[in-house]
Design a protein around this ligand. Structure first.
Ligand SMILES: Nc1ncnc2c1ncn2[C@@H]1O[C@H](COP(=O)(O)OP(=O)(O)OP(=O)(O)O)[C@@H](O)[C@H]1O
Length: 278
């Protein structure tokens, strides 16, 4: 169980995250939605401790993680792997080595510098790539892959961290609909098959509706909605996305690529040749 208690983040005088209380149980897949600047990225980075909260506490399984330092902090970051909109791969390294970079948090940086990985780690990385249908690309430079493939390499890198939580910050914002779907299917599969908790910032409402069990709506750094996709009524959407005194929300502007229903457990990870949503 991940628990945030009265977590606030100030940047100077402005409040990015405002006294958030939140409990997320193991194995949930949670979408975080809200307008640009609502505090979604800041919230994820606080959980991973890339940013320290100004106030409040973060606990995981009863242990406070908001005051961890040094090796303990590094291990916490490994337990809650991050995936970013821009993939954050090392372009000049091959795909397999990029996946092995996920072992840094556990092993330190020296093995990466000298490309020293154990046979067990290489096998783990190859298995992760195979799950993501990327084994044939293992020895290619990362920058020869498409955006969707690169994001799936980032998911494989997260997997070798053996995380409890995956934090995905706008993972599909740079992708076309087809690749966006492959990436969301991969996140759903690691959630369903491995029990990894997934917390995912999303720009599009239909992605949140199609793939998330629970949706958290943020506005001006505060939680204004917390519930299932069915609770996203037009009033709720107005609360999340609306501006005071502005016209009602046009939902078509925040939707568009995930018209089909969510995939259930055990559907496997999709690939270009195995579109499990079809
Ligand atoms: N490092 C920073 N320094 C100063 N202000 C920041 C910093 N990071 C974020 N902010 C501010 O905090 C607020 C929340 O930003 P955040 O990036 O978390 O929003 P978001 O909901 O993720 O937006 P987007 O969807 O555009 O990425 C914004 O007003 C932003 O300008």
């Amino acid at each position: 169980m991940l628990k945030l208690s009265a977590v606030t983040k100030m940047f100077g005088l402005s409040t990015a995250v405002n006294s958030i209380d939140l409990e997320i149980g193991k194995g949930q897949i949670v979408g975080v939605i809200g307008r640009s600047g609502a505090g979604k990225s800041t919230l994820l980075r606080i959980i991973n401790r890339l940013i320290d909260p100004s106030e409040g506490a973060i606990e995981f399984d009863g242990k406070t993680v908001s005051d961890l330092k040094g090796r303990e902090l590094r291990l916490w970051r490994a337990r809650c792997a991050m995936i970013f909109q821009q993939f954050n791969l090392v372009n000049r390294l091959d795909v397999l080595t990029n996946v092995l970079v996920g072992r840094v948090a556990t092993n330190g940086t020296l093995p990466i510098l000298f490309k020293q990985f154990s046979a067990a780690e290489r096998t783990m990385a190859a298995k992760a790539l195979d799950r993501l249908n990327l084994l044939p690309q293992a020895l290619q430079r990362a920058d020869t892959l498409s955006g969707g493939q690169q994001q799936r390499v980032a998911i494989a890198r997260a997997l070798v961290q053996m995380p409890d939580i995956v934090l995905a910050d706008e993972p599909i914002a740079s992708l076309d609909p087809h690749n966006a779907r492959l990436v969301m299917e991969a996140l759903k599969a690691i959630n369903r098959e491995d029990g990894i908790t997934v917390i995912c910032n999303l720009h599009t409402l239909d992605a949140a509706r199609s793939y998330c069990d629970r949706i958290i709506g943020l506005a001006k750094g505060s939680i204004v909605f917390d519930g299932g996709p069915e609770g996203l009524t037009s009033d709720v959407l107005q609360r999340i996305y609306g501006e005071d005194g502005a016209a009602p929300i046009d939902e078509s502007l925040t939707a568009g690529q995930f018209g089909r229903p969510a995939i259930g457990a055990g559907a496997g990870i999709a690939s270009e040749t195995n579109p499990v949503w079809a």
